[in-house]
Design a protein around this ligand. Structure first.
Ligand SMILES: *Cc1c(COP(=O)(O)O)cnc(C)c1O
Length: 391
């Protein structure tokens, strides 16, 4: 069959209504890092996820950089991170002169909390200076969790562990905006709002986009104030331009926020589409031997951001890479899981703890098209090809 489809993996869903907001930016001259859309977008996001305040910044990476710095991560410190994530989770640790310690994933693709506990118990010791990593002799300051592909991690357990070992928690919720917990202590709470600081991203492939942008969220006034301060060059006096600290030019622009205020109003509708398409894929992929669409964690309302299919070569007949190539050849954009961060050149010498399951998923997983403007027809087109390629 000679198909020529055009089904991208994940593209923005932008309404022309955004133009009214952008027009207002142009007409009023408020195009840079101040203006009413920034405040409006911050308030809408804070309201939606249920935190006191949010600080708009130029990327999720920038928000992570601020988060680690504000929580006291310094040169020589260590931060625990998942090896299964986008590298943006980890790079800001290096910006600060600190080092990541990599953890494995479990079958939800999130950090394996059993292994995390085992590592803390066996390899670390509480000292006057903080939690000592006995291997490296460095202090571990924080734990970063990522809700991979929008799937909420067991946050009750994360907080229990962090409390026991006195670790700060950064929730990288860049992929999980809209996901929340349905039961337990955090019932009704959104991802990103439970740890010390939460981070969101509005990059173009995320569930909503401002072109580029991010947000730091917290219920702690001091953290929010510090983030606002550092994001605008740490200006102590706005008239005389006094600076007592090194800051950054990290503030979100009014133009980006003009996209955001419109996009956030559509988020629940986006999630409805993602859920509907997920369920359709699920029904059909369940019928194909050798393929499994990974579930989202029960007891949560995920945002269904990315769909992951695990290929069992023996049953399916061809391997993951063959399937990937075939799909891409006919115009169905699919991709493998990120290369493990612990395997990337800058991080190969950093400590990893029993990375095992992550290797399996790197070799056998694909992400299939999941845009919020993906139609039911297109889902069937993808499924048809998945059926056809089975040997
Ligand atoms: C996208 C993403 C980021 C970073 O966001 P940017 O806005 O692109 O800097 C961080 N962490 C994860 C897990 C992401 O997927």
């Amino acid at each position: 069959m000679n198909k020529n489809l055009n089904i991208p993996l994940s593209v923005p869903n932008l309404s022309i209504d955004i133009l009214d907001n952008v027009k207002e930016c142009i007409e009023t001259g408020w195009v840079s890092t101040g203006g009413k859309f920034i405040t409006e977008f911050e308030e809408k996001v804070a309201d939606y996820v249920g935190v006191d305040e949010a600080v708009g910044v130029q990327s999720g990476t920038a928000a992570l950089h601020l988060a680690f710095q504000i929580l006291g991560v310094e040169a020589g410190d260590e931060v625990i991170v998942p090896t299964v994530t986008f590298i943006a989770t980890v790079n800001p640790i290096t910006y600060l002169g600190a080092k990541p310690v990599f953890m494995d994933c479990d079958d939800s693709l999130n950090i394996d909390l059993d292994k995390l506990e085992e590592f803390l118990e066996k390899n670390c010791e509480q000292t006057e200076d903080g939690l000592l990593n006995k291997n490296s002799g460095n202090i571990i300051k924080a734990l970063t969790i990522v809700n991979v592909f929008g799937n909420p991690i067991d946050m009750e357990r994360v907080i229990e562990i962090a409390d026991e070992y006195d670790l700060k928690v950064v929730e990288d919720a860049a992929e999980s905006l809209g996901s929340f917990y349905n039961v337990g202590e955090y019932q009704g709470k959104h991802t990103g709002t439970i740890g010390d600081i939460g981070v969101l991203s509005f990059n173009a492939n995320k569930i909503l986009t401002t072109g580029g942008g991010g947000m730091l969220i917290s219920n702690n006034d001091e953290i929010i104030e510090k983030a606002r301060f550092l994001a605008v060059q740490a200006k102590t006096d706005p008239l005389y331009y006094k600076h007592d600290e090194i800051g950054y030019n990290y503030r979100l622009t009014n133009i980006a926020a003009a996209f955001g205020t419109e996009q956030i109003d559509r988020l629940e509708d986006f999630i409805k589409v993602k859920k509907k398409n997920y369920e359709l894929y699920k029904k059909e992929i369940d019928k194909i031997d050798g393929l499994e669409l990974l579930p989202f964690n029960t007891n949560t309302r995920p945002n269904y951001w990315f769909y992951s299919v695990v290929v069992n070569e023996e049953e399916y007949g061809i391997d993951r890479d063959q399937l990937l190539n075939k799909l891409n050849e006919v115009g169905i954009q699919a991709r493998p899981l990120w290369g493990l961060i612990s395997d990337q050149k800058p991080y190969q010498s950093c400590e990893s703890y029993k990375i095992d399951k992550a290797k399996y998923y790197v070799d056998n997983l694909i992400n299939i098209p999941c845009s919020t403007n993906l139609t039911e027809d297109e889902v069937y087109q993808v499924v048809d090809m998945l059926k056809e390629y089975k040997v």
